[in-house]
Design a binder for this molecule. Structure first.
Ligand code: ADP
Ligand code: MG
Length: 537
């Protein structure tokens, strides 16, 4: 081995950025992501139009949707997208806030890096600030009991302000609160029990809450009634067919009479299935598997409405909505297992037909049927509705609220600055920068509404200094008001999650001082062999 032999520890195709460069690159990428969605924040936020490679268009104001659909390559930027997703999964709203906060934390960290403050000091200070901020957030939260429906409606409206549902947000807030109250079970809300279905037609104002389920199946035979009033409903998970003999069982018949007898016997068995259904009192059946033609024929004769091949999840929704029990064996069927609805009907729109199960008595699963003129409109309405549903269910579970419109951010910032003054050393600077970052939220709310952010922030801060801890900037009338009084209310949980996830990703990005990327994709440095030393066999 010659002395000058180069040592490759990584494949040649690897790109590597180290130290300061890596850090600055990452921060820049994260800042760009935050900047991209900043203009969508708040009631006067603008929408983004996203066009994919085949020309599909999405018009949205929703942070996570924008980020998910942007083709993001940079690893640090991807980490920012991840926090938006986490925020969306955990609480269903507050994604723009979380990402903007992370971007601002990193931007401010850069200032500290310029002052030669080591990243570990910054991350330590940020962690400290985040913990403190969460503690203040708890102290500033107000209890709300689930029976305070007006508060819940305000929460839903705050979530939808500025989204596609703006013009109908009052009606929608009623739908949201009613549906959540209906499906909640001792403070637990499973949003999967609120199905959202879109119906292209009429106007958004016709959007309705259906106390029941809509399934995309038609009745199996047109000889069945198209509409049944006050039916008892059977939910059956087994096939209403003859059980096929496994394998190649041969049946030998020697005469036409024998064959006829065999057919008759089969028919009799099938007829008996229908007899059992009829005797139970069911007028509608939903079957998870197939229904034999002969069974269909006799069901129709009995004026029973039937759908087949219903998905398992729809069967479960049907059970929750109608109060029926899914049975796997017809012998178990009695009137006690049956569900109820005010009406079951097939509604045909063009080519498609769907079955509506409406007017269930105390449904634990229900449907919001969105009406709207176009797919784009309905999609954006759906996102707004989901934000509202997420926020209201968060409050039902967690029972804590804070004032929005920047009020909570300004108050947290103020308290953190006071806390920073009790610290010594360089961590103090990091806590201060954390506090400054929080101001970016009211700042953007004002800026997006065409207000002067400096004026607004100065006024807000002085009001908070005077003890008005819920003073926020109401963008609908451009006045500084008590956010709890004027109904700009948000769940504490959303702010809590935004603080956590923003801090987490900012710290993660700050700790990186080396970025390695292998262009070839497959080429990784061998592990455990002392790495690759070319020329050494
Ligand atoms: P996110 O994705 O973070 O939820 P949004 O675009 O939904 O972003 O905006 C949420 C912000 O808008 C919150 O800070 C909320 O308090 C604020 N907001 C909602 N309604 C008003 C209002 N009428 N005036 C001022 N701010 C408002
Ligand atoms: Mg929101």
């Amino acid at each position: 081995m010659t002395e000058k032999q180069p040592i490759f520890i990584l494949p040649e195709s690897t790109e590597r950025t180290m130290g300061k460069d890596a850090q600055r690159n990452n921060i820049l990428a994260a800042k760009i992501v935050a900047e991209a969605i900043k203009t969508t924040l708040g009631p006067k936020g603008m929408d983004k139009m996203l066009v994919d490679s085949i020309g599909n268009i999405t018009v949205t104001n929703d942070g996570v949707t924008i980020l998910e659909q942007m083709e993001i390559e940079h690893p640090a930027a991807k980490m920012m997208v991840e926090i938006a997703k986490t925020q969306e999964e955990e609480v269903g709203d507050g994604t723009t806030t979380a990402v903007m906060l992370a971007g601002k934390l990193l931007e401010n960290a850069e200032k500290l890096l310029d002052m030669k403050i080591h990243p570990t000091v910054i991350t330590k200070g940020y962690n400290l600030a985040s913990e403190k901020a969460k503690q203040f957030l708890k102290e500033l939260s107000v209890e709300v009991t689930p029976d305070k429906e007006d508060v819940l409606r305000f929460i839903a409206m705050t979530a939808m302000t500025g989204k596609g549902a703006e013009s109908v947000k009052e009606k929608f807030s009623n739908i949201i609160v009613e549906s959540i109250k209906q499906v909640q079970e001792s403070g637990n809300v499973n949003l999967e029990n609120i199905k959202i279905i879109k119906n292209k037609s009429e106007s958004v104002e016709d959007t309705e809450l259906i106390k029941g389920i809509i399934i995309d199946k038609e009745r199996v035979s047109i000889d069945m009634p198209q509409e049944v009033e006050n039916p008892k409903i059977a939910l059956i998970s087994e096939a209403l067919e003859l059980k096929n003999p496994e394998g190649e069982a041969k049946i030998s018949v020697t005469s036409p009479e024998q064959l006829q007898e065999f057919i008759n016997r089969e028919e009799l068995v099938l007829k008996q299935l229908v007899e059992k259904i009829k005797n139970s009192g069911a007028k509608v059946i939903f079957c998870q598997k197939g229904i034999d033609d002969v069974v269909q024929y006799y069901l129709a004769k009995e004026n029973i409405y039937a759908c087949r091949r219903i998905s398992k999840s729809d069967m479960e929704s049907l059970a929750r909505a109608t109060g029926g029990k899914i049975i796997s064996n017809l012998n178990e069927l009695s009137e006690f297992e049956l569900g109820k609805a005010r009406i079951v009907e097939e509604i045909r729109k063009g080519e498609e037909a769907m079955t509506y199960i409406k007017g269930c008595e105390n449904p634990k699963a229900l449907t919001i049927l969105i009406h709207g003129g176009s797919e784009h409109v309905m999609d954006e309405i759906e996102r707004a509705l989901k934000d509202g549903l997420g926020d209201v269910s968060a409050v039902i579970k967690n029972k804590k609220i804070v004032g929005g419109a920047g009020a909570i951010e300004i108050e947290l910032s103020k308290r953190l600055k006071e806390f920073a003054n009790t610290l010594s050393g360089r961590e103090q600077l990091a806590v201060q920068e954390f506090a400054n970052a929080l101001e970016s939220i009211p700042n953007a709310l004002a800026e997006n509404a065409g207000l002067d952010p400096i004026d607004v922030l100065t006024e807000l801060k002085s009001r908070h200094d005077n003890g008005e801890k819920y003073a926020g900037i109401n963008i609908l009338n451009n006045r500084i008001e008590n956010s709890l009084d004027n109904g700009i209310i948000e769940p504490t949980k959303i702010k809590m999650q935004a603080l956590s996830s923003a801090t987490e990703v900012a710290i993660m990005i700050l700790r990186i001082d080396d970025v390695l990327s292998s262009k070839s994709g497959g080429g990784q440095a061998p592990v455990g062999t002392g790495m690759g030393y070319p020329g050494m066999e």
